[in-house]
Write a protein of this length. Structure first.
Length: 80
């Protein structure tokens, strides 16, 4: 899901004089990927909250533990 962008690649794009917009395009792509990734994480967090509520209503302990573990992992990524 997440792409890897190196600082070296960005400096190469900035240093190339043949196309001035290459660095700007790369930076826009990075920001767009970060934005989409954040939206996907936030959507999954909301989905997990609903699944946790459902598993509590159904007294499904195994599903509850699975969903809360995934939710905690996503929240740790979002905070850091």
């Amino acid at each position: 899901m997440d792409k890897y962008y190196s600082y070296t690649d960005f400096l190469k794009a900035v240093g190339q004089q043949s196309t001035e917009n290459q660095a700007e395009k790369l930076l826009n792509e990075i920001y767009l990927d970060l934005f989409i990734s954040r939206l996907q994480r936030m959507q999954r967090i909301e989905q997990l909250k609903l699944l946790i509520d459902t598993s509590l209503d159904q007294k499904n302990e195994k599903a509850f533990e699975c969903y809360t573990t995934e939710l905690n992992d996503l929240l740790a990524i979002t905070v850091s």
